[in-house]
Every structure is written in structure tokens, then in C-alpha cells.
Design a protein around this ligand. Structure first.
Ligand code: MV4
Length: 449
């Protein structure tokens, strides 16, 4: 097992990784920007090294500074968390060339899943259902028109280098296709330096349901059930839950088995998430995420597994030591992402934390690096806390979540807690009756969908 791990991240996820390491008897090295000198991740790690100025590109994205820190302090492995360098194949290769272990998948699998056309082909070949669409890249208007005629309108044109909602254009009919195609290509060139696009049938009102996968280096793969992440605004998830209100145990086992078997066939290791759109009882693959995700605690709550611990264990070469039948799915968990932002305008609200009192009690987990007196920097993501609540069933979970949101005191800046209080009281949410467009309509961003 590793003796020392460098945590290449900040905020709540750096604390989350630090906790797993300490419970495993592993020493930790925090890296931080000048803006984070007083951050909790710096204080709680065994050692800390400043790697650069506040701007992420100069610090948390500064590959050479991070590798130097690992070398100087004699770390064995690097955990990237999410965001920053977590899905950077080039960084993974450099980490390995320097003789460190990257706690995550191989550079090759990150590269494969980053190319959305190649990813779709690869997973389709190993039995995952995909959205009907072009066989691969669509080059030119003539081909775009032919593909659209075959799959039927509305269609979506997606950038091969896109993902997470970046680089998509819809066309509702043949009259809209030429402009949509040309815009999609030029936006893809501008954003990614790669104009390659592909086409899919546009699904009008799907849910976003993703399956958590865990795979070791010995061909053992399990799925840890799904998360329903349909509640989002501008491609930022707001609330996630497991199990999905839309699935039953039979469907979960069926699609979970397909996802786990596919991941085994492509030789993937570490944690990963297979993302689907779910509409009218059918699953369609959209993307695979090759990182630990923000919302992993809802899966931990219902399976009682420590995903970061498992990620570290498999990275060290240890076998899983259990199989699919050993994975329990118990209760219901919901996560609220709490941002430093105005709950109505969604504008960022940086500032200094005054009084701070997180909720507690049975079934309540708060993952956060906040403390009273902490100054939330404006240089990074606005998410300042995750509230994760577990109940024995969805109703108990909802009642407990309302109770916990009411207890949470964060003074000194505006937070999205009031938005969450409105959302968890909304009848559609209480009934589990929502799709990927529901929240934007609820907050008045969209007139109609
Ligand atoms: C789609 C779609 C409808 N039809 N593909 C957006 C992010 C990227 N991961 C894929 N996305 C979508 N792909 C087809 N064929 C609708 C979306 C989509 C979406 C998906 C998941 C979560 C939120 C979303 C919000 C808007 C659009």
C-alpha cells in the first residue's frame, strides 16, 4: 500500500481524500495556491506545499509544479479528485513517467472517453445501448442531411471533443439543419480546436441517470447502482439522488450488469460513471466519466462503500475482494450542492463566512471545507458544501433533508440553501416527477420545454 499520497485538489474533495488516506494509515501531502494558504485542506494534511498563484492554470493545473511537489516530498501516488487534472491523459502519462501511481484510470481510457465519437463506438461494440445517430463523424452538409433524413428530426449535432453540455446544436427540421451544422462545426473549432461533429436523434424529455462502476486491475468489475442527476441548471447538477425514482430493481440490475460487463470488456480500471439518457423506459448511453464524481456520496450512502478508499486500494493493485451479489442497496440518499451564489439570480456571492453551523444527526453528512472566518475565494468553483441525507426510504429521506436544510447556518454570504428549500417542497420533486428540463422551468429560466 502507498505510504504517502499527494492530493492534487482543493476544497471539500481534498478533505474527502485526506479522510480516506488517514483512515488507511496513509500520510498526505496537500498542494495549494497562494489564495488557499488558509484553507482547511492545507491545515488537515500532514504536509503542504504551495504550487503557485491563485489562478488555477498557475497552480492546480500546473502539472510541473505538482510533479515537483510529489518528488520533493517523496509521495508514492497522486489523487486528482474531480475537475482540474482528473481527466487529463497527458498528466496521467507524466505522473507515471515520473514513477508515481495515478489514482484513477489509464491515460488510454481517459483519452478514449474524451473522444465522444470513439467512446460511443467503443461502448456500443461491448453491448451498451446508444442514442440512434450517425455511424461516426459527419463531414459536410450533404452527409448531415442524409443522416438527419434517416434518423428523423429533431436531431442534435454534437462536438466529438465536447461533453458535459459543451458544443451541442439542435435542428428541429430540415430548414434548421444547415445553420445548426455550420454553427456546431465553427463552435467546435473555436472551443476545442477540433471541428469533428456527430449526430443523434434529439431526445425531448429524458432523465439523466448514471451508473457508478468500480473496477480493479484483475478484471473484477461491479456496479454500485445509479444516480438520478436530472435536476440541473445550465449543465450544473443541483440535486442528485439514488435510487432513481424512475427505476425498479429489475431495470437497475439489468442495465447495471450491461454497464459493468462493458467496462470489464474494455479493460477499464478505477471508478467510472456510465451516463445515460432515460426516456420511455429505454436507456441510451451519452458519455462515460473517467473520474470520481462530485455526487459519489449518494452511492456511498446506499451501498455503505467508501469509494475513495476503494479507488486507492485498486490503484495499489489490490483486488476488489467482493462481487456484485455482495453489494447491498439500502435506503434512499439525496445530495444538495450548496453554492456561494444568489438563490434567485445564481450570480456568485464570494465573501467571508460569519457564523457557521452545519446540520447533523442520524443520516446526515456534510462534505465541506468551510469554517467560520474562512474567506471564499473568487478564483474557483462556487460550490462550498454538499449536504447528503440518507433515509430508509425516499419519504424519510425528504423529511430529513428538509429538517437538515433548516438547520444549516452559513452567514456572511448568499447560498443556494433557500433554492434547495423551495425545490424539496415542490410537488413534482416530492413525487419524483421530473426530467432534465424541469428545474430550469421551475426557476423560470425556460418558458417552455
Ligand atoms: C442529448 C440530449 C438529448 N438528446 N443527446 C447534454 C450534456 C451531454 N452530456 C449530453 N447532453 C444531452 N445530450 C440527445 N441525443 C440532451 C442533453 C442534455 C442534457 C443531458 C444530461 C443532463 C442535462 C442535460 C441538459 C440539456 C441537454
Amino acid at each position: 500500500m502507498f505510504e504517502k499520497i499527494l492530493i492534487a485538489n482543493r476544497g471539500e474533495i481534498a478533505l474527502r481524500i485526506n479522510r480516506a488516506c488517514h483512515e488507511m494509515g496513509i500520510r498526505t501531502l496537500a498542494v495549494h495556491s497562494t489564495a488557499d494558504a488558509d484553507a482547511m485542506h492545507v491545515r488537515l494534511a500532514d504536509e503542504a506545499i504551495c504550487i503557485g498563484p491563485a489562478a488555477a492554470r498557475d497552480s492546480y493545473l500546473n502539472q510541473q509544479a505538482i510533479l515537483s511537489a510529489a518528488t520533493i516530498s517523496n509521495a508514492d501516488a497522486i489523487h486528482p479528485g474531480y475537475g482540474f487534472l482528473s481527466e487529463n491523459a497527458e498528466f496521467v502519462s507524466k505522473v507515471e513517467e515520473h514513477g508515481f501511481v495515478f489514482i484513477g484510470p489509464s491515460a488510454q481510457h481517459i483519452r478514449l472517453m474524451g473522444d465522444k465519437i470513439a467512446a460511443k463506438k467503443a461502448v456500443q461494440d461491448v453491448g451498451i445501448p446508444v442514442v440512434p445517430g450517425s455511424a461516426g463523424a459527419v463531414s459536410g452538409l450533404d452527409e448531415a442531411r442524409a443522416v438527419a433524413a434517416e434518423i428523423g428530426y429533431p436531431v442534435l449535432i454534437k462536438a466529438s471533443a465536447g461533453g458535459g453540455g459543451r458544443g451541442m446544436k439542435a435542428a428541429n427540421n430540415a430548414g434548421e439543419l444547415d445553420a445548426a451544422y455550420q454553427t456546431a462545426v465553427s463552435e467546435a473549432v473555436a472551443s476545442f480546436g477540433n471541428g469533428e461533429v456527430y449526430m443523434e436523434r434529439y431526445l425531448a424529455r429524458p432523465r439523466h441517470i448514471e451508473f457508478q462502476i468500480l473496477a480493479d486491475h484483475h478484471g473484477n468489475v461491479v456496479h454500485l447502482g445509479e444516480r438520478d442527476c436530472s435536476l440541473q441548471r445550465r449543465h450544473q447538477k443541483v440535486i442528485e439522488e439514488s435510487p432513481s425514482p424512475a427505476l425498479n430493481a429489475t431495470e437497475r440490475a439489468r442495465i447495471g450488469h450491461i454497464a459493468a460487463a462493458a467496462v470489464r470488456k474494455i479493460g477499464y480500471h478505477s471508478v467510472g460513471t456510465v451516463e445515460f439518457l432515460y426516456e420511455n423506459g429505454e436507456f441510451f448511453f451519452i458519455e462515460m466519466n473517467t473520474r470520481l464524481q462530485v455526487e459519489h456520496p449518494v452511492t456511498e450512502a446506499i451501498t455503505r462503500l467508501d469509494l475513495v478508499r476503494e479507488m486507492i486500494r485498486v490503484a495499489s493493485g489490490a483486488p476488489l475482494g467482493y462481487s456484485q451479489d455482495d453489494i447491498p442497496f439500502n435506503g434512499h440518499a439525496i445530495e444538495c450542492r450548496i453554492n456561494a451564489e444568489n438563490p434567485d439570480t445564481f450570480l456568485p456571492s464570494p465573501g467571508t463566512i460569519g457564523d457557521y453551523h452545519p446540520p447533523g444527526g442520524l443520516g446526515v453528512r456534510v462534505d465541506s471545507a468551510l469554517y467560520s472566518g474562512y474567506k471564499v475565494p473568487s478564483h474557483y468553483d462556487s460550490m462550498i458544501a454538499k449536504l447528503i441525507v440518507l433515509g430508509s426510504n425516499r419519504n424519510e429521506c425528504l423529511m430529513r433533508l428538509k429538517r437538515a436544510l433548516g438547520e444549516y447556518v452559513i452567514d456572511g454570504l448568499e447560498t443556494s440553501i433557500p433554492l434547495h428549500q423551495k425545490l424539496v417542497a415542490a410537488p413534482d420533486f416530492v413525487n419524483g416527477d421530473y426530467d432534465i428540463h424541469w428545474l430550469e422551468k421551475f426557476v423560470g429560466l425556460k418558458e417552455d420545454g
